[in-house]
Design a binder for this molecule. Structure first.
Ligand SMILES: NC(=O)c1ccc[n+]([C@@H]2O[C@H](COP(=O)([O-])OP(=O)(O)OC[C@H]3O[C@@H](n4cnc5c(N)ncnc54)[C@H](OP(=O)(O)O)[C@@H]3O)[C@@H](O)[C@H]2O)c1
Length: 252
């Protein structure tokens, strides 16, 4: 019998898939995966678009993460909410692509790349939060986790470089902090967490893994397990937290 729902947005992410597989083991928890159509989270035993939540896992496929697509998806989510949404993981984020490389120096900075990184890493999560928050009950707890990164910490920036990625995660963190202030008044049952997974073995970190010691390169399974226990333990304290994979606070 399902008595709570977990939403995973950006479910093609390596870490997202590991979270889904671990949540799937809890038969009292419904799972709703949201991702773009290009590659479904195939490792997971999901049901295709628009099926009712007779089973435990359902998927909503979005065309893209434009505001209108997010709005439509949130309308569809309403059809799955017989049980309260208790956890929302927003996993979206890019560091590089065929066209984008993280900057090593000022001359590498490029307006188009910056705009794309900002859109994926800061704007997309914010649009989801904007559309989802008004649909959440004020009576039951919900923890919203956005995937940030330690390099988004302004006060801990000692290495430099990666202008766009750093700026996008710093912008995301600021919006999470700001939203938590508003939500402390509007819905005390929502907790916002900006999460740093540590360097994790996914396509995002692949080109940068050479200099990472083996014991500092985490598997998605390990990070998902850590995150799920951090989320379980964290309190509804009407403030935003910026936490790493050990549950330790990071300076904003
Ligand atoms: N891996 C690491 O070492 C590491 C370290 C620090 C922080 N993080 C953060 O952790 C999160 C998950 O990363 P991952 O390592 O699991 O990466 P990944 O496997 O490469 O997953 C990429 C994620 O970004 C989404 N995405 C791709 N292009 C997008 C676009 N144009 N607009 C919006 N979303 C887009 C994907 O959504 P779909 O599901 O729709 O494809 C997917 O959720 C990211 O926010 C990343 O910045 C990762």
């Amino acid at each position: 019998m399902i008595n709570q729902l977990t939403l995973i947005i950006g479910a093609n992410s390596g870490i997202a898939k590991a979270i889904a597989l671990q949540v799937q083991e809890h038969k009292d928890t419904g799972l709703l995966l949201i991702n773009r159509e290009q590659s479904l989270a195939t490792d997971i035993d999901h049901k295709p678009n628009n099926q009712n939540i007779a089973g435990q896992i359902n998927t909503i496929t979005v065309k893209d993460y434009q505001s209108s697509s997010i709005e439509q998806a949130v309308e569809q989510i309403a059809a799955y909410t017989q049980a309260p949404i208790t956890r929302i993981f927003i996993c979206n984020g890019i560091l590089h692509s065929d066209d984008i490389k993280p900057e090593k120096r000022l001359e590498d900075f490029d307006a188009e790349s910056f705009t794309q990184v900002m859109a994926s890493n800061a704007l997309t999560p914010m649009l989801w939060i904007k559309k989802l928050v008004p649909t959440l009950s004020t009576k039951s707890p919900c923890k919203i986790i956005v995937f940030s990164a330690r390099v988004g910490s302004i006060s801990e920036n000692r290495l430099g470089g990666w202008y766009s990625y750093r700026a996008s995660k710093a912008a995301l963190n600021m919006m999470i902090k700001t939203a938590a202030i508003e939500l402390a008044r509007r819905n005390k049952n929502i907790k916002l967490i900006a999460f740093h997974p540590g360097t994790t073995d996914t396509p995002l970190s692949k080109p940068f893994q050479n200099n990472v010691p083996a014991n500092k390169l985490f598997t998605c399974e390990f990070v998902a397990k850590q995150l799920l226990s951090i989320v379980d333990e964290c309190e509804l304290d009407q403030s935003a937290s910026f936490l790493d994979w050990q549950g330790e606070s990071i300076n904003w």
